[in-house]
Design a protein around this ligand. Structure first.
Ligand code: ZN
Length: 74
């Protein structure tokens, strides 16, 4: 499976539960500590969840909090 995040340009490819980010740039994560870790994109994480678990799902609450904080600063 190869899926693109409907919201940003991050693309993930997965096979047998193993995933790999092909193209990573998540605007949501800009200004957060996950800026260079597009696998934390909360939107993409939800989209691919039936097949693979990205760290963005397991850390969802703190990622959303980080995004909220980053939004406030800008
Ligand atoms: Zn995203």
């Amino acid at each position: 499976m190869q899926t693109r995040c409907p919201k940003c340009t991050t693309i993930v490819r997965s096979k047998g539960g193993v995933w790999e980010i092909l193209n990573g740039a998540c605007l949501d994560l800009l200004g957060t500590e996950w800026k260079n870790k597009p696998e934390f994109c909360p939107t993409l994480s939800q989209v691919v969840e039936p097949e693979v678990v990205l760290p963005g799902i397991t850390c969802r609450a703190s990622v959303q909090e980080g995004i909220g904080r980053a939004d406030h600063q800008s």
